[in-house]
Design a protein around this ligand. Structure first.
Ligand code: HEM
Length: 148
């Protein structure tokens, strides 16, 4: 019971941290900034990726050892819909990550380097798509938890 309680708490902390990291990336790429802080952007993305791995591990632990039993989740299509959305958001997040790595590499050769506006817009679009996924995830989670 105590393990499930701690895992549930950590699950919530992870997705709050992920949402904060994503919102931070959105702000750092905003047009109101004179220059994009590439190192900070890379750090927020590393946090986002690490927390995604952690929430996946914690979620799997909750499925395997949670009080409802694994079959409660594995037999529920809403659980699989949640996993599908989670994986889709993860796949979309590859685009910002690849761009941040490329930008930081270019900045190593040219200290004044700033990404092209077109590239920044593409990354912001990918972040917006991830936000949409983020709207769906808690709905699916609440439905799944109630056996809908
Ligand atoms: C960023 C991604 C995720 C978000 C935003 C999220 C969100 C949530 C939320 C809000 C709850 C509480 C639901 C409630 O009690 O009403 C929850 C529970 C849960 N989540 Fe996630 N989750 C995510 C990823 C995952 C993943 C990847 C897995 C599985 C591998 C998972 C497995 C679970 C399980 C087993 C529960 C317990 C449900 C219950 O109490 O019966 N979650 N999640």
């Amino acid at each position: 019971m105590i393990a499930d309680f701690i895992l549930a708490w950590m699950h919530h902390l992870c997705f709050l941290g992920m949402a904060a990291a994503l919102a931070m990336q959105w702000t750092l790429l905003g047009p109101s900034r004179p220059a994009i802080p590439l190192a900070l952007l890379g750090k927020t993305d590393a946090w986002y990726g690490s927390l995604a791995m952690l929430i996946l591990a914690i979620g799997a632990a909750r499925v395997a050892w949670g009080p409802k039993g694994a079959a409660f989740y594995l037999d529920n299509p809403v659980f699989w819909a949640k996993i599908a959305v989670f994986l889709a958001v993860g796949a979309i997040s590859a685009l910002p990550t690849i761009n941040y790595l490329r930008w930081r590499q270019q900045a190593r050769h040219n200290a004044d380097f700033q990404p092209a506006a077109d590239d920044v817009n593409k990354v912001r679009k990918a972040i917006r798509l991830q936000f949409l996924g983020w709207l769906a995830l808690p709905i699916l989670a609440a439905a799944m938890a109630r056996g809908v």
